[in-house]
Ligand binder design. Sequence first.
Ligand SMILES: C[S@@+](CC[C@H](N)C(=O)[O-])C[C@H]1O[C@@H](n2cnc3c(N)ncnc32)[C@H](O)[C@@H]1O
Length: 203
Amino acid sequence: MDPEFWRARWQEGKIAFHEGKPNVLLAQFASRLDGKRRVLVPLCGKSDDLAYLASLGHEVVGIELVEDAVRAFFSEHALSPTVEGTRYTAAGITLFARNVFDVTREDTGPIDAIYDRAALVALPPETRIQYIAHLRAIAGHATGLLVAIEYPQELLPGPPFSVPDAEVRMHFAQVEQLAEQKLESGRAAELGTAVERMYAVSL
Ligand SMILES: C[S@@+](CC[C@H](N)C(=O)[O-])C[C@H]1O[C@@H](n2cnc3c(N)ncnc32)[C@H](O)[C@@H]1O
């Protein structure tokens, strides 16, 4: 998607993807990240999952295009970040207010795990391949957790896009499905057939 699309959505407050609490599937399966020190959260928005992961003892590295979202995360959690250019840090959480494709392994430092919720599914098909290759360039063959949704794509334009189970298995070196449930919120949920899946993955 054009960066302007996302800037406009944040500016207009059209952020239905923002859950306002830790993701239920993450809370259920967070122990899968035990022992992983530094967790990368691409396309993180101002997700409460960032604070939740930090509360479990992880160092959290998030990447978010829209700087207002990054600032909102820290102010809504009553944190005063240290700011160096587009890098904001407080309480074990570092957020880069940048395009994910402009962030390198040198910027993030070593990454032990990834957590992707509403990130892969926010990207159109052609960009998803590039995105996974880029995560691999940053995080090597790190393991992690992925929340993806699937629905008949022809019924609705994304984002969020449908990323079917078969596509998930194409992107990642290893995939284990941990849970599947009916999607309960957002436009795709109104179709009545959309599902949400939690996977343990390796890049
Ligand atoms: C659907 S939202 C999900 C946010 C978050 N993961 C959550 O669960 O609330 C996708 C986010 O990715 C950001 N984004 C989109 N394209 C991006 C890019 N190329 N680089 C970094 N962030 C991007 C958007 O601004 C938006 O906040």
